[in-house]
Ligand binder design. Structure first.
Ligand SMILES: CC(C)(COP(=O)(O)OP(=O)(O)OC[C@H]1O[C@@H](n2cnc3c(N)ncnc32)[C@H](O)[C@@H]1OP(=O)(O)O)[C@@H](O)C(=O)NCCC(=O)NCCS
Length: 341
């Protein structure tokens, strides 16, 4: 069972046949989605048994009375011709006409996207609508699906006709981006710019003090003097500083250093990244900021084509990095360093 503010998404059962018939017998609901209106309660009962029993098919119910008013479904590999991958699926839905226009479907779709991409480990959710279905098109736009292409002469077998179909897609990266940019969180992850350089200097020093316990005063002075020049040379070229602000003040950050190396099988395009300076000011801990920053940073790293990224984890950061996909690097090599004394 899944839950949103106003809705419960639960399995269909045979007792829902009357409610299903009430809404699915409306000629404005099924045909535009590709299936004929139901002609009897028996037919609806049959559909519950044979069509709506899929592993990821849910009845949409209002919390107030628990009655089924629509359907939302993930069609998994083997039940969709949009993909033949096990980590991709197609979403389909319809809603009883009396409930249209209240944002109910977008609410259900967003929860199903979360379910597909977070609980079911899907990488992509495909979705479509037939030419002329502007309401469904709006739902898909409002939920952040990205338009991909149109296909002419798509077979609509249950209606014995051909139509033009429009296909959109939500990838896991786009979902994470949507989620972190969602106003619900009232928090945005941004890339710092040159106007932030003074703050980035202080954040680096704060981080170093926290990481090392303390740093030598002279070292701190040298760093403070040299860092602005370093940032001017590298920021938004091969160094990206992801930040969250509260009241215009940066309270959390992480740096991504992009390093291009001569290609090897371990980094086939040579593009690698190092993450450093993951730091949230103490009074802003436990608000999920570091995770939000890491989600955005990783999505962007993929967009930049980076194939491996490394970091040195403190004890405090370990579980966060694990949860966003980092693993211990059991290297066959000796880690060595040389110091110019
Ligand atoms: C498509 C459908 C699920 C939309 O559900 P919903 O909960 O009404 O979605 P929303 O409230 O977000 O409305 C979506 C858009 O439909 C339009 N709309 C909604 N109710 C409407 C109504 N009564 N009259 C005219 N337009 C309406 C609006 O343009 C709205 O977009 P907006 O918010 O930008 O104004 C529903 O109309 C439906 O079940 N249609 C038939 C089956 C179907 O088409 N399924 C999808 C197959 S791909």
């Amino acid at each position: 069972m899944l839950e949103t503010e106003r809705l419960i998404l639960r399995r269909w059962n045979e007792n829902d046949a009357e409610d299903l018939y009430k809404y699915a017998s409306d000629p404005d609901v099924g045909p535009i989605a590709g299936w004929p209106a139901h002609r009897s309660i028996e037919e609806s009962r049959d559909v519950i048994k044979n069509v709506l029993g899929g592993k990821e098919a849910y009845a949409i119910c209002l919390k107030e009375d628990g009655k089924a008013i629509g359907t939302i479904e993930l069609k998994l590999n083997g039940h969709t011709d949009m993909t033949d991958r096990d980590d991709e699926c197609e979403m389909g839905y319809w809603l009883g006409k009396p409930f249209w226009g209240r944002g109910i479907m977008p609410e259900a779709v967003k929860e199903m996207l979360r379910h597909a991409l977070e609980d079911c480990s899907m990488q992509k959710v495909w979705i479509g609508y037939y030419e002329g279905n502007t309401k469904s098109k709006r739902v898909q736009e409002k939920c952040g699906f990205k338009y991909q292409w149109k296909s002419e002469n798509v077979d609509v077998p249950l209606m014995h006709e051909k139509r033009t179909g429009h296909v959109s897609l939500m990838t896991k990266e786009d979902w994470i981006w949507e989620k972190t940019q969602n106003l619900k969180f009232k928090t945005k992850v941004e890339k710092a710019g040159f106007e932030d350089i003074d703050t980035l200097v202080e954040l680096r020093l704060d981080y170093l003090v926290e990481d090392n316990g303390s740093i030598d005063k002279k070292d701190a002075e040298k760093i403070r003097e040299a860092l602005p020049g370093y940032y001017r040379k590298h920021l938004n070229k091969d160094l990206f500083a992801y930040v969250i602000r509260e009241e215009k003040t940066i309270v959390s950050c992480a740096f991504l250093l992009v390093i291009e190396k001569p290609m090897s099988p371990a980094f086939i395009n040579g593009k690698t990244g190092t993450i450093l300076n993951v730091y949230t000011k103490e009074s802003y801990h436990r608000k999920g900021y570091a995770r939000m920053i890491m989600d955005v940073l990783l999505a962007e790293a993929k967009d930049l084509g980076l194939v491996v990224m490394d970091l040195k984890s403190t004890e405090d950061g370990y579980s966060l990095y694990r949860s966003v996909g980092f693993q211990d690097d059991h290297s066959k090599y000796h880690l060595m360093k040389w110091k110019n004394q």
